[in-house]
Design a protein around this ligand. Structure first.
Ligand SMILES: O=C(O)C1=C[C@@H](OP(=O)(O)O)[C@@H](O)[C@H](O)C1
Ligand SMILES: C=C(OP(=O)(O)O)C(=O)O
Length: 444
């Protein structure tokens, strides 16, 4: 990513948004499909892979670790895997750019192999906590040879020669942490168990099953899961079809809700209940989101959704919903700004350790555009007035979701909204501006 030259972009109020769109493939599933295919024996295919910078960095890492990764002319990805424990030592440091998911999951996968590998990322990723995954991985036999302060990137890991299984009670609600331990556990004999107090997205579990692993997930306590993986399976190659990413759909969806006269159909959106917290919240706010058709999309249920402009009202968002919408609070902040009344979003601690401090960033994005916002502990409180003044310039802090949220806000605010840099949108949604312009958005 070229971080020297900034590429600002401005969103202006215009006509209604209308049309039928399919947003790109789910980012979480795309990373996992590549990693598991690289750990299977034989050739897997991935159709509908999200071809964004984050995912392409994972694809490069899989090649550097010895898998054969190719893209057909028709866009299908073919991965010839090396088997569990079979990664080769990479010649150069693995660079994950802006991607926490790619980096943490691959560290987990490498931790179970007897190789040394170095991991790095951009300035945003270098600030993010890695100790949360390194602690359990060290218990499984991996050794951290070099690390920046606090266990951050860049770091060098010696994977375990004889990986140990682990029973791990996770202290943070993080699917990346759960996945790192499970991927390391693939190479360990016996059972590796992750206990989470609050269930997080379960794509790793679903895909592990799809690739032939034995894995059982049971309820644990009121909100949690206990997930047990049988180690040392021979993963079978599989075909994965990636559904549309609900976290990407969130941006044009909120745009359709707040731009007067809009009517947009979103095709094939993944409806995994551990990802649809935003849809639930928007409906509670009065959003017209209609399920046109539901289908079984293989490992995940998918639906076509029709979204029409709606007058929204403020709501309270409970903390236990956070894992099912952890990446959606920025765009929910925009919806809340256009709602009538106060929206209180509770329990947002994890937002502080994403690509940026998203709790502060959401507050700043809204404040520079005339919205009254408070942060109380881990809660974000947005005082919506039914309309937004706009006119602000939003700092994006190398964070794609700030960039897209601020642009959506500008499509319905009285004055245009400008972002300082649109480059990082490419990490998760490379054709965001093209898709939005196709619906009628004024982005220039
Ligand atoms: O596992 C994943 O694919 C992801 C998990 C979440 O991160 P955490 O595990 O850090 O909560 C989320 O924010 C990220 O965009 C993708
Ligand atoms: C937090 C995100 O991704 P990652 O952790 O993979 O950088 C995100 O996409 O919002």
């Amino acid at each position: 990513m070229n971080t020297t030259a900034l590429t600002p972009l401005t969103a202006r109020r215009g006509g209604p948004l209308q049309g039928r769109v399919r947003v790109p493939g789910d980012k979480s599933i795309s990373h996992r499909a590549l990693i598991l295919a690289a750990m299977a024996v034989g050739e897997s295919t991935v159709t509908g892979l999200l071809e964004s910078e984050d995912v392409l960095n994972t694809a490069k890492a899989m090649s550097a670790l010895g898998a054969k990764v190719d893209r057909d002319k028709d866009g299908v990805w073919r991965v010839r895997g090396v088997g569990v424990g079979g990664f080769a030592e990479p010649e150069a440091p693995l660079d994950f750019g802006n991607s926490g998911t790619g980096c943490r999951l691959v560290i987990g996968a490498v931790a179970g192999c007897p190789i040394k590998a170095s991991f790095d990322g951009d300035a945003s990723l270098r600030k993010r906590p890695m100790r949360r995954i390194l602690d359990p991985l060290e218990k499984m036999g991996a050794q951290v040879l070099e690390q920046a302060e606090g266990g951050r990137l860049p770091l060098t890991l010696q994977g375990a020669r004889d990986p140990l299984p682990l029973e791990y009670e996770s202290q943070v609600p993080s699917a990346q942490l759960k996945s790192a331990v499970l991927l390391a556990g693939l190479a360990a004999p016996g059972e590796t168990t992750v206990i989470e107090a609050e269930a997080t997205r379960d794509h790793t579990e679903r895909l592990l099953k799809h690739f032939g692993a034995k894995i059982v997930s049971k309820p644990h306590g009121e909100l949690g899961r206990r997930i047990t993986l049988q180690g040392q399976p021979e993963l079978e190659p599989a075909d994965v079809t990636v559904p549309a990413d609900p976290s990407s759909a969130a941006f044009p969806m909120v745009a359709a809700l707040i731009v007067p006269g809009s009517d947009v159909v979103f095709e094939n959106v993944m409806m995994n209940p551990l990802r649809t917290g935003l849809f639930t919240t928007l409906k509670e706010m009065g959003a017209k989101i209609e399920v046109v058709e539901k289908r079984d999309g293989g490992a995940e249920e998918v639906a076509d959704l029709r979204v029409t402009t709606s007058q929204l009202k403020g709501v309270e968002v409970p903390p236990e919903r956070a894992p099912a919408m952890i990446d959606e609070y920025l765009i929910l902040g925009v919806a809340a700004a256009f709602a009538n009344g106060t929206t209180r979003m509770r329990g947002l601690k994890e937002l502080r350790v994403k690509e940026s401090d998203r709790l502060e960033a959401t507050a700043d994005m809204l404040r520079v555009n005339g919205i009254a916002v408070e942060i109380e502990g881990d809660d974000l409180i947005v005082h919506g007035k039914g309309s937004v003044q706009g006119g602000g310039e939003v700092k994006t802090h190398m964070d794609h979701r700030i960039a897209m949220s601020a642009l959506v806000m500008g499509l319905a605010s009285e004055q245009p909204v400008r972002i300082d840099d649109s480059a990082f949108i490419a990490t998760s949604f490379p054709d965001f501006t093209g898709l939005m312009r196709g619906l009628g958005a004024d982005l220039a």
